[in-house]
Design a binder for this molecule. Structure first.
Ligand code: 13P
Length: 247
């Protein structure tokens, strides 16, 4: 009942010339088998919109301000994302949490801003290697999820996507096994179900962390894995298309 979703996160990669061929290849190569989106750096939103409009590929951003507008140098508002017809925005990616000191409270504020502006938040949670080794995986991801449930209400998840990205699997080539990922996805869905079973059943939970064409099928076959959030492999058209085909 849940349609699979594959989201590419370009991170801070790209150039006008390079994006041109990648976006055109995706626009031409993606069919209707799954929902697909790319989250590009802000300066390339216009290019994504221009080249993907009318295709089966949606686009979005990698962050958004919690503020509506004003004197916030360097920030980008949800209204600006909506101006470029963004469908999705990543919120609380581990690189934002770690490198830019984003805490659960800021994640909640950004989720509220995205929803108010009509852009679907892709809310990222995940534990570090030290936390996993200390047996704290469940406690960490539940804390991150509970902040959103408490701060935004379970109904927010009706219009959002959740992404489980173990930090130790991001950009390391070390993927969580399908069973390891499934265990956390089931935990997250169960946690949402304690607040609202219907929302939990509909909620798409993506796995992220070294997803490649070679491991996508086994991951996506798990009952609670509803697609992927793909970093490095989303920058190579053939590889990203092969991941989408694995759906
Ligand atoms: P990689 O796929 O490069 O490991 O990145 C995952 C990620 O952080 C996607 O948001």
């Amino acid at each position: 009942m849940r349609r699979k979703l594959v989201v590419g996160n370009w991170k801070m990669y790209g150039s006008v010339a390079g994006n041109d061929s990648l976006l055109k290849a995706l626009g031409a190569g993606v069919g209707q088998g799954a929902d697909v989106a790319v989250c590009v750096p802000f300066p390339y939103l216009y290019q994504a919109q221009a080249l993907l409009s009318g295709s089966a590929v949606a686009w979005g951003a990698q962050d958004v301000s919690a503020q509506g507008q004003g004197a916030f140098t360097g920030e980008v508002s949800v209204a600006m994302l909506a101006d470029f017809a963004c469908s999705y925005v990543l919120i609380g990616h581990s690189e934002r949490r770690t490198l830019h000191a984003e805490d659960d409270a800021l994640v909640v504020a950004k989720v509220k801003a995205a929803l108010a502006g009509g852009v679907c938040p892709v809310i990222c949670v995940g534990e570090t290697l030290a936390e996993r080794d200390a047996g704290q995986t469940a406690a960490v991801v539940v804390r991150q999820l509970d902040a959103v449930l408490r701060g935004c209400g379970v109904e927010a998840l009706d219009k959002a996507v959740l992404a489980y990205e173990p930090v130790w699997a991001i950009g390391t080539g070390r993927t969580a096994s399908p069973e390891q990922a499934q265990e956390v996805h089931a935990l997250l869905r169960g946690r949402v179900a304690t607040a609202d079973a219907e929302v939990a059943a509909k909620l798409r939970i993506l796995y992220g962390g070294s997803v490649k064409a070679a491991n996508a099928q086994a991951l996506f076959a798990q009952p609670d894995i509803d697609g992927g959030l793909v970093g490095g492999a989303s920058l190579v058209a053939d590889e990203f298309l092969a991941i989408i085909a694995a759906v």
